[in-house]
Design a protein around this ligand. Structure first.
Ligand SMILES: [Zn+2]
Ligand SMILES: [Zn+2]
Length: 466
Protein backbone atom coordinates (compact mmCIF):
# COMPACT_ATOMS: atom_id res chain seq x y z
CA UNK A 1 0.00 0.00 0.00
CA UNK A 2 2.77 2.38 0.99
CA UNK A 3 4.70 1.48 -2.08
CA UNK A 4 1.82 2.09 -4.47
CA UNK A 5 1.04 5.37 -2.74
CA UNK A 6 4.60 6.55 -3.17
CA UNK A 7 4.58 5.54 -6.80
CA UNK A 8 1.32 7.33 -7.39
CA UNK A 9 2.60 10.29 -5.50
CA UNK A 10 5.72 10.50 -7.62
CA UNK A 11 3.75 10.03 -10.81
CA UNK A 12 1.22 12.67 -9.84
CA UNK A 13 3.95 15.07 -8.84
CA UNK A 14 5.90 14.70 -12.06
CA UNK A 15 2.83 14.88 -14.26
CA UNK A 16 1.73 18.07 -12.55
CA UNK A 17 5.20 19.54 -12.64
CA UNK A 18 5.50 19.83 -8.89
CA UNK A 19 7.82 18.23 -6.45
CA UNK A 20 6.24 17.61 -3.08
CA UNK A 21 9.47 17.03 -1.24
CA UNK A 22 11.52 20.09 -2.15
CA UNK A 23 10.68 23.79 -2.08
CA UNK A 24 9.50 25.10 -5.43
CA UNK A 25 11.53 27.69 -7.32
CA UNK A 26 10.83 31.32 -6.32
CA UNK A 27 9.15 32.09 -9.63
CA UNK A 28 6.37 29.63 -8.83
CA UNK A 29 5.06 31.32 -5.72
CA UNK A 30 4.15 34.49 -4.00
CA UNK A 31 7.10 36.05 -2.27
CA UNK A 32 8.39 34.73 1.00
CA UNK A 33 5.56 32.59 2.39
CA UNK A 34 5.96 29.24 0.64
CA UNK A 35 8.02 27.48 3.29
CA UNK A 36 5.86 28.46 6.28
CA UNK A 37 2.18 29.04 5.52
CA UNK A 38 0.49 31.43 7.94
CA UNK A 39 -3.05 31.14 9.27
CA UNK A 40 -5.63 32.70 6.97
CA UNK A 41 -3.03 33.70 4.42
CA UNK A 42 -4.63 32.12 1.37
CA UNK A 43 -4.12 32.89 -2.29
CA UNK A 44 -7.22 32.99 -4.48
CA UNK A 45 -6.28 29.64 -5.96
CA UNK A 46 -5.89 28.14 -2.48
CA UNK A 47 -9.39 29.38 -1.68
CA UNK A 48 -10.52 27.62 -4.87
CA UNK A 49 -8.87 24.45 -3.59
CA UNK A 50 -10.76 24.63 -0.30
CA UNK A 51 -13.98 25.20 -2.19
CA UNK A 52 -13.32 22.18 -4.39
CA UNK A 53 -12.69 20.08 -1.26
CA UNK A 54 -15.83 21.31 0.36
CA UNK A 55 -17.80 20.45 -2.79
CA UNK A 56 -16.08 17.07 -3.03
CA UNK A 57 -14.91 17.83 -6.58
CA UNK A 58 -11.74 15.75 -6.90
CA UNK A 59 -11.18 16.65 -10.54
CA UNK A 60 -11.31 20.35 -9.82
CA UNK A 61 -9.06 19.94 -6.77
CA UNK A 62 -6.58 18.03 -8.90
CA UNK A 63 -6.59 20.83 -11.49
CA UNK A 64 -6.12 23.53 -8.84
CA UNK A 65 -3.28 21.61 -7.20
CA UNK A 66 -1.42 21.88 -10.51
CA UNK A 67 -1.53 25.68 -10.35
CA UNK A 68 1.49 27.77 -9.45
CA UNK A 69 0.39 29.61 -6.36
CA UNK A 70 -1.07 26.69 -4.43
CA UNK A 71 0.57 25.30 -1.34
CA UNK A 72 -0.83 21.92 -0.38
CA UNK A 73 -0.24 22.73 3.29
CA UNK A 74 -1.78 26.20 3.26
CA UNK A 75 -3.74 27.21 6.36
CA UNK A 76 -7.19 28.74 6.62
CA UNK A 77 -8.04 31.20 9.38
CA UNK A 78 -8.42 28.36 11.94
CA UNK A 79 -5.14 26.77 10.97
CA UNK A 80 -6.79 23.94 9.04
CA UNK A 81 -4.95 22.46 6.08
CA UNK A 82 -6.75 21.17 2.97
CA UNK A 83 -6.03 17.63 4.21
CA UNK A 84 -7.73 18.34 7.55
CA UNK A 85 -10.78 19.64 5.69
CA UNK A 86 -10.91 16.59 3.43
CA UNK A 87 -10.46 14.19 6.38
CA UNK A 88 -13.14 15.89 8.46
CA UNK A 89 -15.57 15.80 5.55
CA UNK A 90 -14.84 12.08 5.17
CA UNK A 91 -13.72 12.34 1.55
CA UNK A 92 -11.26 9.51 0.94
CA UNK A 93 -10.44 10.28 -2.71
CA UNK A 94 -9.67 13.85 -1.82
CA UNK A 95 -7.41 12.80 1.06
CA UNK A 96 -5.55 10.44 -1.26
CA UNK A 97 -5.07 13.19 -3.83
CA UNK A 98 -3.74 15.63 -1.24
CA UNK A 99 -1.34 13.05 0.21
CA UNK A 100 -0.09 12.33 -3.30
CA UNK A 101 0.66 16.04 -3.56
CA UNK A 102 2.73 15.97 -0.41
CA UNK A 103 0.18 17.05 2.22
CA UNK A 104 1.75 17.01 5.68
CA UNK A 105 -0.19 14.46 7.69
CA UNK A 106 1.28 15.70 10.97
CA UNK A 107 0.70 19.44 10.53
CA UNK A 108 -0.34 20.83 13.93
CA UNK A 109 -1.07 24.49 13.26
CA UNK A 110 -4.77 24.11 14.02
CA UNK A 111 -5.98 26.57 16.66
CA UNK A 112 -6.93 23.73 19.03
CA UNK A 113 -4.06 21.47 18.08
CA UNK A 114 -6.17 19.04 16.01
CA UNK A 115 -4.33 16.89 13.48
CA UNK A 116 -5.60 15.32 10.26
CA UNK A 117 -5.79 11.97 12.10
CA UNK A 118 -8.02 13.53 14.76
CA UNK A 119 -10.33 14.89 12.07
CA UNK A 120 -10.37 11.47 10.39
CA UNK A 121 -11.31 9.83 13.70
CA UNK A 122 -14.07 12.39 14.26
CA UNK A 123 -15.44 11.74 10.78
CA UNK A 124 -15.93 8.08 11.69
CA UNK A 125 -14.37 6.92 8.42
CA UNK A 126 -12.09 3.96 9.08
CA UNK A 127 -10.57 4.00 5.59
CA UNK A 128 -9.45 7.60 6.00
CA UNK A 129 -8.20 6.93 9.50
CA UNK A 130 -6.16 4.07 8.11
CA UNK A 131 -4.89 6.25 5.25
CA UNK A 132 -3.63 8.89 7.68
CA UNK A 133 -1.86 6.27 9.78
CA UNK A 134 -0.35 4.65 6.73
CA UNK A 135 0.92 8.07 5.64
CA UNK A 136 2.79 8.35 8.93
CA UNK A 137 0.35 10.13 11.25
CA UNK A 138 1.57 10.18 14.85
CA UNK A 139 -0.95 8.45 17.14
CA UNK A 140 0.33 10.07 20.32
CA UNK A 141 -0.01 13.72 19.21
CA UNK A 142 -2.41 15.52 21.55
CA UNK A 143 -4.75 18.48 21.04
CA UNK A 144 -4.81 21.62 23.19
CA UNK A 145 -6.58 19.79 26.02
CA UNK A 146 -4.25 16.80 25.96
CA UNK A 147 -6.44 14.33 24.02
CA UNK A 148 -5.08 11.90 21.44
CA UNK A 149 -6.88 11.09 18.20
CA UNK A 150 -8.08 7.76 19.66
CA UNK A 151 -9.46 9.46 22.76
CA UNK A 152 -11.26 12.07 20.67
CA UNK A 153 -12.79 9.43 18.40
CA UNK A 154 -13.91 7.46 21.47
CA UNK A 155 -15.44 10.59 22.95
CA UNK A 156 -17.74 11.03 19.96
CA UNK A 157 -18.53 7.31 19.78
CA UNK A 158 -16.51 6.47 16.67
CA UNK A 159 -15.31 3.15 18.08
CA UNK A 160 -14.35 1.61 14.74
CA UNK A 161 -11.87 4.42 14.24
CA UNK A 162 -10.55 3.92 17.78
CA UNK A 163 -9.90 0.27 16.93
CA UNK A 164 -8.10 1.18 13.72
CA UNK A 165 -5.88 3.64 15.57
CA UNK A 166 -5.17 1.34 18.49
CA UNK A 167 -4.37 -1.62 16.26
CA UNK A 168 -2.10 0.28 13.96
CA UNK A 169 1.57 -0.29 14.36
CA UNK A 170 3.68 1.30 11.67
CA UNK A 171 6.44 -0.54 9.92
CA UNK A 172 8.69 2.37 10.86
CA UNK A 173 8.18 1.68 14.57
CA UNK A 174 9.10 -1.96 14.03
CA UNK A 175 12.08 -1.07 11.87
CA UNK A 176 13.50 0.86 14.83
CA UNK A 177 14.52 -2.55 16.19
CA UNK A 178 16.41 -3.40 13.02
CA UNK A 179 19.08 -0.82 13.89
CA UNK A 180 21.57 -1.34 16.71
CA UNK A 181 20.68 0.91 19.66
CA UNK A 182 23.11 2.32 22.22
CA UNK A 183 25.90 -0.14 22.87
CA UNK A 184 24.43 -2.95 20.81
CA UNK A 185 26.70 -4.42 18.18
CA UNK A 186 23.82 -6.01 16.33
CA UNK A 187 20.16 -5.07 16.12
CA UNK A 188 17.51 -6.91 18.13
CA UNK A 189 15.63 -7.72 14.93
CA UNK A 190 17.36 -8.76 11.71
CA UNK A 191 16.08 -6.55 8.87
CA UNK A 192 14.84 -9.54 6.86
CA UNK A 193 12.45 -10.52 9.70
CA UNK A 194 10.80 -7.12 9.96
CA UNK A 195 8.46 -7.58 6.96
CA UNK A 196 7.13 -11.03 7.90
CA UNK A 197 6.74 -10.01 11.55
CA UNK A 198 4.91 -6.82 10.59
CA UNK A 199 2.46 -8.89 8.55
CA UNK A 200 1.62 -10.92 11.67
CA UNK A 201 1.25 -7.76 13.77
CA UNK A 202 -1.19 -6.23 11.28
CA UNK A 203 -3.42 -9.31 11.11
CA UNK A 204 -6.86 -8.59 12.53
CA UNK A 205 -7.62 -12.32 12.62
CA UNK A 206 -6.20 -13.43 15.96
CA UNK A 207 -7.08 -17.11 15.60
CA UNK A 208 -3.92 -18.93 16.72
CA UNK A 209 -4.17 -21.34 13.78
CA UNK A 210 -4.09 -18.38 11.40
CA UNK A 211 -1.13 -16.90 13.28
CA UNK A 212 0.81 -20.15 13.01
CA UNK A 213 -0.08 -20.27 9.30
CA UNK A 214 1.37 -16.77 8.90
CA UNK A 215 4.57 -17.96 10.58
CA UNK A 216 4.72 -20.97 8.27
CA UNK A 217 4.14 -18.73 5.24
CA UNK A 218 7.63 -17.37 5.62
CA UNK A 219 10.52 -19.84 5.81
CA UNK A 220 12.67 -17.17 7.49
CA UNK A 221 10.39 -17.31 10.53
CA UNK A 222 10.37 -21.10 10.78
CA UNK A 223 13.51 -21.09 12.84
CA UNK A 224 13.83 -21.12 16.62
CA UNK A 225 16.44 -18.37 16.74
CA UNK A 226 14.42 -16.06 14.47
CA UNK A 227 11.27 -16.74 16.48
CA UNK A 228 13.07 -16.00 19.72
CA UNK A 229 14.28 -12.63 18.38
CA UNK A 230 10.81 -11.69 17.17
CA UNK A 231 9.31 -12.78 20.45
CA UNK A 232 11.68 -10.57 22.45
CA UNK A 233 10.89 -7.56 20.25
CA UNK A 234 7.15 -8.19 20.78
CA UNK A 235 7.66 -8.17 24.56
CA UNK A 236 9.69 -4.95 24.34
CA UNK A 237 6.96 -3.24 22.33
CA UNK A 238 4.37 -4.55 24.78
CA UNK A 239 6.31 -2.99 27.64
CA UNK A 240 6.62 0.28 25.74
CA UNK A 241 2.86 0.36 25.11
CA UNK A 242 2.17 -0.07 28.82
CA UNK A 243 4.79 2.38 30.05
CA UNK A 244 4.29 5.20 27.58
CA UNK A 245 2.37 8.22 28.77
CA UNK A 246 -0.73 7.45 26.76
CA UNK A 247 -0.90 3.78 27.65
CA UNK A 248 -2.18 1.56 24.84
CA UNK A 249 -3.35 -1.60 26.57
CA UNK A 250 -5.01 -2.95 23.45
CA UNK A 251 -1.81 -2.94 21.44
CA UNK A 252 0.14 -4.18 24.47
CA UNK A 253 -2.18 -7.19 24.78
CA UNK A 254 -1.91 -7.91 21.07
CA UNK A 255 1.90 -7.79 21.16
CA UNK A 256 1.95 -10.05 24.21
CA UNK A 257 -0.43 -12.50 22.55
CA UNK A 258 1.74 -12.64 19.41
CA UNK A 259 4.80 -13.19 21.58
CA UNK A 260 3.08 -16.17 23.25
CA UNK A 261 2.25 -17.65 19.83
CA UNK A 262 5.81 -17.22 18.62
CA UNK A 263 7.08 -18.87 21.78
CA UNK A 264 4.74 -21.80 21.27
CA UNK A 265 5.94 -22.13 17.67
CA UNK A 266 9.51 -22.16 18.89
CA UNK A 267 8.76 -24.89 21.45
CA UNK A 268 7.11 -27.09 18.83
CA UNK A 269 9.97 -26.58 16.40
CA UNK A 270 12.41 -27.70 19.07
CA UNK A 271 10.52 -30.55 20.67
CA UNK A 272 8.24 -32.08 18.09
CA UNK A 273 9.04 -34.16 15.10
CA UNK A 274 6.00 -32.87 13.23
CA UNK A 275 7.03 -29.25 14.05
CA UNK A 276 4.42 -26.56 13.32
CA UNK A 277 2.03 -29.00 11.62
CA UNK A 278 1.91 -30.64 15.04
CA UNK A 279 1.04 -27.34 16.68
CA UNK A 280 -1.82 -26.73 14.24
CA UNK A 281 -3.10 -30.24 14.94
CA UNK A 282 -3.03 -29.64 18.69
CA UNK A 283 -4.86 -26.35 18.25
CA UNK A 284 -7.57 -27.92 16.10
CA UNK A 285 -8.07 -31.23 17.89
CA UNK A 286 -11.62 -31.44 19.19
CA UNK A 287 -12.61 -33.37 22.31
CA UNK A 288 -14.59 -36.57 21.83
CA UNK A 289 -17.97 -35.52 23.11
CA UNK A 290 -18.54 -32.40 20.99
CA UNK A 291 -15.41 -31.63 18.96
CA UNK A 292 -14.60 -28.52 21.02
CA UNK A 293 -10.89 -27.57 20.64
CA UNK A 294 -9.87 -27.70 24.30
CA UNK A 295 -6.14 -27.22 23.78
CA UNK A 296 -6.74 -24.03 21.81
CA UNK A 297 -9.11 -22.64 24.43
CA UNK A 298 -6.67 -23.41 27.25
CA UNK A 299 -3.76 -21.96 25.29
CA UNK A 300 -5.52 -18.63 24.69
CA UNK A 301 -6.64 -18.41 28.31
CA UNK A 302 -3.08 -19.03 29.41
CA UNK A 303 -1.75 -16.33 27.05
CA UNK A 304 -4.14 -13.80 28.58
CA UNK A 305 -3.31 -14.86 32.13
CA UNK A 306 0.41 -14.51 31.44
CA UNK A 307 0.07 -10.82 30.49
CA UNK A 308 2.85 -9.34 32.61
CA UNK A 309 1.10 -6.14 33.76
CA UNK A 310 -1.54 -7.25 36.24
CA UNK A 311 -2.88 -3.74 36.90
CA UNK A 312 -4.03 -3.31 33.32
CA UNK A 313 -7.77 -2.65 33.12
CA UNK A 314 -8.05 -4.61 29.88
CA UNK A 315 -6.50 -7.70 31.50
CA UNK A 316 -8.94 -7.52 34.38
CA UNK A 317 -11.87 -7.15 31.98
CA UNK A 318 -10.75 -10.15 29.95
CA UNK A 319 -10.23 -12.33 33.00
CA UNK A 320 -13.64 -11.35 34.37
CA UNK A 321 -15.30 -12.32 31.08
CA UNK A 322 -13.48 -15.61 30.65
CA UNK A 323 -12.88 -17.04 34.13
CA UNK A 324 -16.51 -17.98 34.96
CA UNK A 325 -17.05 -19.71 31.59
CA UNK A 326 -16.73 -23.48 31.64
CA UNK A 327 -14.48 -24.77 28.87
CA UNK A 328 -16.62 -25.58 25.85
CA UNK A 329 -19.25 -22.94 26.57
CA UNK A 330 -19.64 -19.49 25.06
CA UNK A 331 -18.04 -17.04 24.98
CA UNK A 332 -14.80 -18.66 23.90
CA UNK A 333 -11.49 -17.06 24.86
CA UNK A 334 -10.74 -16.21 21.21
CA UNK A 335 -14.05 -14.38 20.80
CA UNK A 336 -13.50 -12.34 23.96
CA UNK A 337 -9.91 -11.53 23.02
CA UNK A 338 -10.84 -10.65 19.43
CA UNK A 339 -13.58 -8.35 20.54
CA UNK A 340 -11.29 -6.59 23.01
CA UNK A 341 -8.51 -6.09 20.50
CA UNK A 342 -10.25 -5.50 17.18
CA UNK A 343 -13.71 -4.43 18.36
CA UNK A 344 -15.17 -7.12 16.10
CA UNK A 345 -18.56 -8.19 17.42
CA UNK A 346 -20.72 -11.13 16.40
CA UNK A 347 -17.69 -13.33 16.15
CA UNK A 348 -19.71 -16.54 16.32
CA UNK A 349 -21.55 -15.82 13.08
CA UNK A 350 -21.45 -18.65 10.63
CA UNK A 351 -19.22 -16.97 8.08
CA UNK A 352 -15.91 -17.66 9.88
CA UNK A 353 -13.65 -20.52 8.81
CA UNK A 354 -13.77 -23.35 11.37
CA UNK A 355 -10.04 -23.93 10.93
CA UNK A 356 -8.41 -20.52 10.77
CA UNK A 357 -11.13 -18.08 11.79
CA UNK A 358 -10.83 -16.08 8.57
CA UNK A 359 -13.94 -14.06 7.73
CA UNK A 360 -15.97 -14.73 4.59
CA UNK A 361 -15.54 -18.50 4.44
CA UNK A 362 -18.28 -20.20 2.43
CA UNK A 363 -17.21 -23.75 1.57
CA UNK A 364 -19.34 -26.17 3.55
CA UNK A 365 -18.40 -29.73 4.53
CA UNK A 366 -20.39 -31.67 1.95
CA UNK A 367 -21.36 -34.45 4.35
CA UNK A 368 -22.54 -32.71 7.51
CA UNK A 369 -23.00 -29.22 6.03
CA UNK A 370 -22.45 -27.92 9.56
CA UNK A 371 -18.91 -26.47 9.31
CA UNK A 372 -17.44 -23.99 6.83
CA UNK A 373 -13.95 -23.38 5.53
CA UNK A 374 -12.04 -20.83 3.42
CA UNK A 375 -10.89 -23.52 1.02
CA UNK A 376 -9.93 -27.14 0.70
CA UNK A 377 -6.60 -26.58 2.44
CA UNK A 378 -8.39 -25.44 5.60
CA UNK A 379 -10.82 -28.35 5.33
CA UNK A 380 -7.94 -30.82 4.96
CA UNK A 381 -6.23 -29.47 8.07
CA UNK A 382 -9.41 -29.94 10.08
CA UNK A 383 -10.46 -33.33 8.72
CA UNK A 384 -8.37 -35.48 11.12
CA UNK A 385 -10.50 -34.27 14.00
CA UNK A 386 -13.70 -33.33 12.17
CA UNK A 387 -14.09 -36.82 10.71
CA UNK A 388 -14.87 -38.11 14.20
CA UNK A 389 -17.74 -35.67 14.60
CA UNK A 390 -18.87 -35.26 10.98
CA UNK A 391 -21.13 -38.32 10.89
CA UNK A 392 -22.70 -37.38 14.20
CA UNK A 393 -23.24 -33.81 13.04
CA UNK A 394 -24.80 -35.09 9.85
CA UNK A 395 -27.19 -37.31 11.80
CA UNK A 396 -28.02 -34.45 14.13
CA UNK A 397 -28.75 -32.17 11.21
CA UNK A 398 -30.88 -34.76 9.43
CA UNK A 399 -32.80 -35.54 12.61
CA UNK A 400 -33.30 -31.84 13.20
CA UNK A 401 -34.48 -31.30 9.64
CA UNK A 402 -36.82 -34.31 9.79
CA UNK A 403 -38.31 -33.07 13.05
CA UNK A 404 -38.75 -29.59 11.64
CA UNK A 405 -40.46 -31.04 8.56
CA UNK A 406 -42.75 -33.13 10.75
CA UNK A 407 -43.59 -30.13 12.89
CA UNK A 408 -44.36 -28.13 9.79
CA UNK A 409 -46.58 -30.85 8.41
CA UNK A 410 -48.44 -31.21 11.70
CA UNK A 411 -48.92 -27.50 11.96
CA UNK A 412 -50.16 -27.20 8.38
CA UNK A 413 -52.69 -29.96 9.04
CA UNK A 414 -53.81 -28.32 12.25
CA UNK A 415 -54.19 -25.05 10.47
CA UNK A 416 -56.12 -26.57 7.66
CA UNK A 417 -58.44 -28.20 10.17
CA UNK A 418 -58.76 -24.98 12.12
CA UNK A 419 -59.35 -22.95 9.01
CA UNK A 420 -62.02 -25.40 7.91
CA UNK A 421 -63.70 -25.21 11.32
CA UNK A 422 -63.55 -21.45 11.26
CA UNK A 423 -64.94 -21.26 7.77
CA UNK A 424 -67.83 -23.43 8.83
CA UNK A 425 -68.32 -21.25 11.89
CA UNK A 426 -68.10 -18.11 9.80
CA UNK A 427 -70.59 -19.38 7.34
CA UNK A 428 -72.95 -20.33 10.15
CA UNK A 429 -72.32 -16.97 11.75
CA UNK A 430 -72.98 -15.27 8.48
CA UNK A 431 -76.32 -16.98 8.08
CA UNK A 432 -77.22 -16.00 11.65
CA UNK A 433 -76.16 -12.41 10.99
CA UNK A 434 -78.02 -12.35 7.73
CA UNK A 435 -81.11 -13.67 9.39
CA UNK A 436 -80.62 -11.08 12.16
CA UNK A 437 -80.22 -8.40 9.55
CA UNK A 438 -83.32 -9.57 7.90
CA UNK A 439 -85.06 -9.36 11.21
CA UNK A 440 -83.87 -5.76 11.44
CA UNK A 441 -81.16 -5.82 14.19
CA UNK A 442 -77.72 -4.18 13.63
CA UNK A 443 -74.91 -6.49 12.56
CA UNK A 444 -71.50 -6.23 10.90
CA UNK A 445 -71.32 -8.14 7.70
CA UNK A 446 -68.25 -8.56 5.49
CA UNK A 447 -68.55 -6.45 2.35
CA UNK A 448 -68.10 -9.54 0.26
CA UNK A 449 -69.24 -12.84 1.76
CA UNK A 450 -66.44 -14.69 -0.18
CA UNK A 451 -63.66 -12.91 1.82
CA UNK A 452 -62.74 -14.62 5.08
CA UNK A 453 -62.92 -12.43 8.16
CA UNK A 454 -59.66 -10.55 8.86
CA UNK A 455 -58.62 -12.91 11.70
CA UNK A 456 -58.28 -15.76 9.24
CA UNK A 457 -55.70 -14.03 7.11
CA UNK A 458 -52.70 -14.16 9.40
CA UNK A 459 -51.68 -17.58 10.76
CA UNK A 460 -49.85 -19.26 7.89
CA UNK A 461 -46.81 -16.97 7.77
CA UNK A 462 -45.05 -17.93 11.02
CA UNK A 463 -44.92 -21.66 10.46
CA UNK A 464 -41.45 -21.95 9.02
CA UNK A 465 -39.53 -20.78 12.12
CA UNK A 466 -37.16 -23.53 13.34
ZN1 LIG B 1 -9.55 -21.04 6.80
ZN1 LIG C 1 -18.58 -32.59 8.09
Amino acid sequence: MVRSRELLSAAAASSQGINPTSAPSPGQVRVGDMSAPKKGDLSDTEKELLNAISAGNVQEASRVLGCRDVRVNCLDEYGMTPLMHAAYKGKADMCRLLLQHGADVNCNKHEHGYTALMFAGLSGKTDITWMMLDAGAETDAVNSVGRTAAQMAAFVGQHDCVTVINNFFSRKKLDYYTKPQGLETEPKLPTKLSGPLHKIIMSTNLNPVKMVMLVMDNPLLVDTEALEKCRRVMELICEKCVKQQDMNEVLAMKMHYISCILQKCSTFLKDREDKLDGLIKCLLKGRDEDGFPVYQEKFIRECIRKFPYCDATLLQQLVRSIAPVEIGNDPTAISVLTQAITGQVGFMDAEFCTTCGEKGAEKRCSICKMVIYCNQACQKLHWFTHKKACKQLQEQREKHEAEAAKRREKQTKAEEAQSMEETVAAVENLSVEQSEEVSGSVATTPDNPDDPPASHLSPASSVTAD
